[in-house]
Design a protein around this ligand. Sequence first.
Ligand SMILES: [Zn+2]
Length: 407
Amino acid sequence: MVGEGVAGAASVADGTAAAAAATAVDPDEVLRYARALIATPSENPGGTEDEAVDVAIGILTALGAETRIVRSEEQRPSVVARFGSGDRPRLVWNGHIDTVPAGDPGSWTSGPFDGEVVDGRLVGRGACDMKGPIAAALGAIAAIRRAGITLGGTLELHLVADEEHAGVHGTRVLRDHGLLDQDAAIVGEPTEMEIALAERGGAWVTAVAYGKAAHGSQPHRGVNAILAMSRFALRLGEVLPARVHPLVGAPTVNAAMIAGGSAPNVVPDRCEVEIDRRIVPGEDDPEAVLAPFRRLIDDLVAEQPDTHIEITLREWTDAAETTGDTAIGSLVRDAIAAETGTPPPFVGFTGITDARFYINDARIPTVIAGPGSLTLAHTANESIGVDEMVAGARAYARIFVGYLGTA
Ligand SMILES: [Zn+2]
């Protein structure tokens, strides 16, 4: 955390430079970057980030960055770009270059990769999640150059693969290469420029009910696995722990997928449900998260002894929590306040982001803050206000100069 002290001592001259950088943001340029990124699909699952990474590297190189591509074993590309002196302090801005699939183009009012601007909003897959925020970060860097500012420290961009599938082939690979070693981190997921300091994690649980097959005309001779699973699924929400995290709220559970039965005239002997249990910071023991579900199964067996349900943890993703009481936390708050006139609140992020790698694994002071609204992410007609994106670029310009100082 060498940089924390350095940034805390930012001079008046740096403050003037930060304001000059914000003023130098070019709205047309930010929009152009976003449209170029949206025009190169990077759907996950279903595609790779290669084409969008080429576009990003073209922009980064033109802006004077040193870039390299770090690939996962599956060859998924993440970009590591560096600007500035190479010295400390070092600040990293992370944004994922993959998107969820566009889905049925017919459910969009304009093409998901056309990047049309409708009523002041840029529409397209990734507009807010998060090619728009990436464009804001790139626009901030362009503005810093245009203002003639040389950064004192080092700004790194991690433009990563695979965040939409938990970052396994993206930020986690950068972590495994030892590349998460900066003094502070910003994850630019869409928070409407509020500052998220905590995020939930997930426990994905597979539940299987076993029954006994019988002729459909004689159900009393069988044990219906679908009915057993139904009794279980209907009560999942009742057994959640009564805990509430101040920023991300309560744990949730969602019965997400179901499969069972073999024919319309057979009593089903198997039913499987995929359960999405979102965990909050402090829930770090998988067995403790599963225990209420096991007790529920015991209760169901007590009520109906032929019930047989088994649960297994398929995947676990940690929640993450940090504090706003850091140099980067207060700097980001001041920079956003300077752009909007109001200090942004500290909030929680309901989804999972790559911030957990910086917070939990690398112990780097981190905030999640970016333009755009998470409620529009993953939807048809995903969009971001062009003004929001530009305000994000201006805030990032202030943050980058404010944290890193000038040479
Ligand atoms: Zn995202």
